[in-house]
Design a protein around this ligand. Structure first.
Ligand code: MRU
Length: 395
C-alpha cells in the first residue's frame, strides 16, 4: 500500500513535503542547499527527529553534488563539509538524531582513502564518501523503522497475550509516522505493524497542543492507512484511561523520542511526561520507540537536555483551512485567527523529559530494552561500540 512520503530523494535532487500545509495540501519544496534545509527545519516544514537529520544530511549532499564546494585541498574540503554541518546543527537543538548523523558524516568524510591521489581526485573521493553516507542514513532509517515496528508489536503482543480475538488498543502522542521519518515511522510504525498483524483494536491519538502534530499529521496518517482511530485532546487522556481502559483494552501509550539519554530519561514532544504519569497511575504500559540514532550516550540524565522554547504565537493564534457556512472545508483558503488575549504572557517549551522510572520499554531497531533488576536501562547490548567508547572516555 502507498504510504505518505515526507522526503523524496534521488542523487542531486531532494524534495521535502511542506508539513505546514497538511492535511489540506500535498506540496513538495525542492531543498538544494544547507540554508534551504536550515530554513525548512527551523520553520517546521519538516519535523520529527529522524526526518530532520535526513533532510539536513541530504540537502548538503545535493549541494555538494552540484558543485557547492569550491575548496581544492582535501583539508579545505573536509573543513568546508564540517562547517556546513555545524551550521545545520543549530537549526533545532533538542533532537539528537541530527547531531548523531553529523558525527557519522564527518567521520565518513575524514576516513576517505585519499593516499596517493592528486587534489581533484581526492576531493571527488571525499565528496562521494559524504554523499554515499548521507544516502545510507536515509536507507537505514527506513529499515530501522520496520524493525522497530516488528520488535514493538512482538513485545506488546507478549505482554498482553494479544490475539486477533483479543486485540489491544493504544494511545500515541505527536507525530512519529512516515511524515517524521523516511517512512513507516517509529511509534506509529509499531501501531502500523500491530494493525497489519490484526492485533490492533483501536489507536487513539492526541491533538498535541500547541502545534497540533497529532490532529494535523497523525490523524491524517491514521485515516490514510485505514487504521481504526480516534482523535482526543491532550487533556482527555486521563478520562480515556479511567473510563475506557478495560472496555477498549488500552494496553500502552506509545511515543517517539527526540533524545534518549544514557539512563533512559527521554525528551519528547511536550505532553509526553503527563501521559507517562497518567499511564503509570492507570496501569497502562509506557513505551518509547526510538531508533538508536535517537540515543545519546554522552548525556547521563535528562536534566542536561536542552529544551527548545518556541514562539508565543503558537499558543495565542492558530491557522487552518477555511470552513464554509455549509460545513465543507475550502482547502484553497487558509485563515489565521487569534485564540487568546494577545497580551498574555506565554511559556512554550516544545519538549519535556520523561524520567526513566515511568518508562516500561524502549524499542530500538536492534531490540526492546527493558529495565534490569537494578531498575536501570542498559544500552550496552544494542549499542556495544558506542557504549564501550563512552565507558572508555570515563576511565
Ligand atoms: O517538534 P517536532 O514536531 O519535531 O517534535 C516531534 C516529536 O516530538 C516526535 O515525537 C519525535 O521527534 C519522534 S519522531 C519519530
Amino acid at each position: 500500500m502507498a504510504t505518505l512520503q515526507a522526503i523524496k530523494y534521488s542523487r542531486g535532487k531532494l524534495l521535502v513535503l511542506d508539513q505546514l500545509r497538511l492535511p489540506h495540501e500535498n506540496h513538495y519544496d525542492e531543498v538544494s542547499t544547507a540554508e534551504e534545509a536550515f530554513d525548512c527545519i527551523r520553520s517546521m516544514r519538516v519535523r520529527g527527529a529522524p526526518a530532520i537529520a535526513i533532510v539536513a544530511a541530504l540537502a548538503h549532499a545535493v549541494e555538494l553534488h552540484h558543485g557547492g564546494c569550491t575548496a581544492t585541498t582535501p583539508e579545505e574540503v573536509i573543513s568546508h563539509i564540517e562547517s556546513r554541518l555545524d551550521y545545520l546543527k543549530e537549526s533545532r537543538p533538542t533532537a539528537v538524531d541530527l547531531s548523531n548523523a553529523i558525527a557519522l558524516l564527518k567521520e565518513a568524510s575524514k576516513a576517505t582513502r585519499i593516499e596517493g591521489l592528486a587534489h581533484p581526485e581526492a576531493k571527488e573521493a571525499i565528496l562521494n564518501a559524504y554523499i554515499a553516507k548521507a544516502e545510507k542514513i536515509l536507507e537505514e532509517d527506513l529499515h530501522n523503522n520496520t524493525s522497530i515496528g516488528a520488535h514493538g508489536a512482538a513485545w506488546l503482543q507478549q505482554q498482553y497475550n494479544a490475539t486477533p480475538d483479543r486485540k489491544i488498543s493504544v494511545l500515541t502522542h505527536c507525530n512519529t509516522g512516515s511524515l517524521a521519518t523516511s517512512g513507516h515511522g517509529t511509534a506509529l510504525g509499531i501501531i502500523r505493524t500491530l494493525h497489519s498483524q490484526n492485533l490492533l483494536q483501536h489507536a487513539y491519538c492526541t491533538e498535541t497542543r500547541p502545534y497540533n502534530q497529532g490532529s494535523r499529521l497523525t490523524s491524517y496518517e491514521l485515516v490514510f492507512e485505514g487504521i481504526p482511530s480516534t482523535l482526543i485532546t491532550d487533556s482527555m487522556a486521563g478520562a480515556l484511561f479511567n473510563l475506557h481502559r478495560e472496555r477498549m483494552n488500552i494496553g500502552a501509550v506509545i511515543v517517539g523520542a527526540d533524545r534518549v539519554v544514557r539512563n533512559g530519561d527521554t525528551a519528547n514532544k511536550i505532553g509526553t511526561y503527563a501521559l507517562a504519569v497518567l499511564a503509570r497511575h492507570h496501569g497502562v504500559k509506557f513505551v518509547v520507540a526510538a531508533p538508536t540514532t535517537s540515543i545519546d550516550l554522552e548525556t547521563e540524565t535528562g536534566k542536561s537536555i536542552e529544551i527548545e522554547e518556541r514562539k508565543r504565537e503558537e499558543l495565542t493564534q492558530i491557522s487552518g483551512a477555511v470552513v464554509n457556512a455549509d460545513g465543507t472545508v475550502d482547502t484553497s483558503k487558509t485563515a489565521r485567527v487569534a485564540i487568546a488575549d494577545q497580551r498574555i504572557g506565554v511559556w512554550n517549551p516544545a519538549f519535556d523529559v520523561t524520567p526513566n522510572e515511568l518508562i516500561d520499554a524502549i524499542v530500538t531497531e536492534k531490540g526492546t530494552v527493558v529495565k534490569g533488576a537494578d531498575g536501570k536501562f542498559d544500552f550496552s547490548q544494542v549499542l556495544p561500540e558506542r557504549w564501550a567508547a563512552v565507558v572508555a572516555k570515563q576511565m
